[in-house]
Write a protein that binds this ligand. Structure first.
Ligand SMILES: Cc1cc2nc3c(=O)[nH]c(=O)nc-3n(C[C@H](O)[C@H](O)[C@H](O)COP(=O)(O)O)c2cc1C
Length: 207
């Protein structure tokens, strides 16, 4: 028996932790998206959230190429995805290609935090999407050279992910068993003691 979208969403939520922002606990990455379009007002809101991320030297190195279903931009982004991602991401009404400038604009030197800052902005984007009832699924599985060529992206820009954006869809719409199994799988995370440290290999003591 296949679970409904609402049942899966419930299963995917992180367990409540008092004081942690609900959007953080509610965000997860579906592979099934519904047909429902994303309004341009909501699209604007997710980029407003990205806009206010912190960045080294306030460089704001991120650039987002936004493809709405049926547009040339969407088709180009979709064409760069690896086969596995193409097998599900085409249900998302929006595909976003995330790119970042690796040179500081004030002096042309290398910005080694460019990908870091793009990731931060993209996290804001995903959390804002979650707050709006939207879902996101980021993908590293795409051909960066093909994307560079398709959009004429200069060599001084590096890539982050492609983000599928839309409303969660019914798991049963996923074509094959492997995708369906992943869609209804419990999410897992490392314990805080594995990555919050007071010395190397020593977990920090937290309340
Ligand atoms: C940078 C990045 C690249 C990812 N690449 C892919 C991908 O190519 N295909 C895919 O299906 N999922 C991809 N994912 C999704 C992750 O597998 C997913 O975020 C992770 O398992 C945690 O699940 P959650 O987002 O539901 O918490 C990627 C996520 C990130 C952040």
């Amino acid at each position: 028996m296949t679970l409904s979208a609402a049942e899966v969403h419930k299963l995917k939520l992180a367990p409540p932790v008092e004081g942690v922002l609900p959007v953080v606990l509610n965000r997860w990455s579906p592979r099934s998206f519904s047909n429902r379009e994303v309004s341009s007002a909501d699209l604007r809101r997710v980029f407003e959230a990205a806009r206010w991320a912190a960045s080294a030297y306030n460089e704001q190195p991120w650039r987002y190429l936004v493809g709405i279903r049926n547009s040339l931009t969407y088709k180009k982004i979709f064409s760069t995805l690896i086969g596995f991602n193409q097998s599900w991401a085409g249900s998302a009404p929006v595909l976003i290609l995330c790119v970042t400038s690796t040179k500081f604009s004030h002096n042309g030197t290398s910005n080694t935090y460019a990908v870091h800052d793009l990731g931060a902005a993209s996290s804001y984007l995903t959390l804002q999407a979650s707050a709006l009832g939207l879902s996101t699924h980021q993908m590293a599985g795409f051909d960066q050279d093909a994307a560079r060529k398709a959009f004429g992206i200069p060599d001084s820009y590096a890539f982050g992910s492609v983000i599928a954006l839309g409303y969660q869809g019914e798991p049963s719409a996923l074509g094959h068993e492997q995708l369906l199994a992943a869609e209804i799988e419990q999410r897992s995370r490392k314990a805080l003691s594995e990555f919050v440290l007071s010395a190397w290999d020593t977990p920090a003591e937290l309340a």
